[in-house]
Design a binder for this molecule. Structure first.
Ligand code: NAG
Ligand code: NAG
Length: 378
């Protein structure tokens, strides 16, 4: 296959990083004063924006079952059911966040601006615009503009916006994962590492704008250990055993994600917190919480032998992942028990994994510092 065509297909599937579900009761004992959540990000948090925006034919798969199968119907979430943001909203006693592009929806308790496939940086800034990113139109900058427009039209004056944000939580990310996903296709890790400073700068600058508007509680998640997910295990697999760590993950890619995370954490500590001493600014450690999930999969109720296997895909290979036949395409099928799997479609997680992640992060030690008053996870 011509490499441009291959890249196009790869982009479709990664844009699925581009790419649900009913709830349980609020966490007992949560005494939250958060009355609204505003969220910027990509498919890890998109609750329905991309499917409103994608032209017919695009991203068909996420519009149909088995996406949403655990929820009962497809919602535009890139999972079988709910996402971390949904569990977070529930645990804070809030309704699920409606997507900004959804028509006639209530935004009384916040808005979700996240769009599957979104990058942190504008495409033009990536590799000096020489890099083709067909599904990255809703970069963090675009989402930030939506956020500002929304706040202005809803609350009017800067002072009213400030007041509103004082009782809100702003989530910036996970974002940046797609910048790397797109770039890693056809480039080696050392080349893609050159993007890290620009991606982190973009995230930190977005956080500053939100803090300048008056946000006083901001959570900024890092990237996942991408060397552990089926898409990379398949597309960047190696015949050299020493390229894998003891958990069967690709060392180089995890190291790469860790470098992004280290730089992001440094910027939060050295730049954001000193400039905004009155605000609570937390780093959400998706990297180590995900490794903990993998390491304790058994006790968390997952099938420990399937933690690196996609629930939904085409059954070739040990990761059940084939980028030419992604979940939802002809010839693919979802597993019978998604709640036993960590990976839903080889890129995104199952509702069960997102629930476990939200407990590990928002109720536990992976939110640094712990800025929510949610009960400790058992
Ligand atoms: C929009 O929402 C309002 C209030 O919830 C409702 O009364 C109205 O029927 C809705 N309109 C459409 C077109 O769904
Ligand atoms: C990565 O790719 C660049 C550009 O093609 C090349 O110069 C460099 O040697 C490669 N590095 C590794 C570690 O393969």
């Amino acid at each position: 296959m011509a490499s441009s065509a291959a890249f196009f297909v790869f982009s479709v599937l990664v844009a699925l990083h581009l790419c649900c579900c009913h709830g349980q009761a609020n966490a007992a004992g949560s005494t939250s004063d958060v009355t609204a959540i505003y969220s910027l990000g990509d498919s890890i948090t998109d609750t329905g924006n991309l499917i409103k925006e994608a032209p017919p034919g695009m991203f068909e798969t996420i519009k149909h079952l088995p996406y949403g199968i655990t929820f009962g119907y497809p919602t535009g979430r890139c999972s079988d059911g709910l996402l971390m943001i949904d569990f977070l909203a529930q645990d804070l006693g809030l309704p699920f966040l409606n997507p900004y592009l959804g028509k006639n929806k209530s935004f009384d308790h916040g808005v979700n601006f996240a769009v599957a496939g979104a990058t942190a940086m504008d495409p033009a800034d990536q590799f000096n615009g020489r890099f083709f990113m067909p599904f990255a139109a809703n970069s963090l900058k675009v989402q930030l503009r939506w956020f500002k427009d929304f706040m202005k039209s809803s609350f009017g004056t800067d002072e009213d916006i400030r007041k509103r944000l004082q009782s809100s939580l702003v989530l910036i990310g996970e974002i940046g994962g797609n910048d790397y996903n797109y770039a890693l296709f056809g480039r080696n890790v050392s080349e893609v590492e050159k993007l890290i400073p620009g991606v982190v700068r973009t995230i930190v600058d977005a956080a500053k704008e939100v803090l300048d508007m008056g946000a006083n509680r901001v959570i900024i998640p890092g990237n996942f250990p991408i060397g552990c997910i089926p898409t990379y295990l398949t597309t960047k697999g190696s015949s050299e055993p020493s390229d894998y760590d003891s958990m069967g993950c690709l060392k180089e890619l995890n190291l790469f994600a860790a470098k992004h995370n280290a730089r992001l954490q440094r910027a939060i500590a050295d730049e954001l917190r000193p400039s905004y001493p009155a605000a609570s600014i937390a780093y959400a450690d998706y990297f180590n919480s995900f490794l903990t999930l993998l390491n304790t999969a058994d006790e968390l109720g997952f099938d420990a032998s399937s933690v690196r296997k996609a629930c939904c895909g085409a059954g070739a290979g040990e990761y059940n992942y084939d980028w030419r036949r992604m979940c939802g395409a002809e010839g693919t099928a979802a597993c019978a028990e998604p709640e036993k799997y960590v990976s839903w479609d080889g890129i995104h997680m199952t509702q069960a994994a997102y629930r476990a992640m939200s407990r590990l992060v928002y109720h536990g030690r992976y939110l640094q510092p712990q800025v929510l008053n949610l009960e400790e996870a058992p």
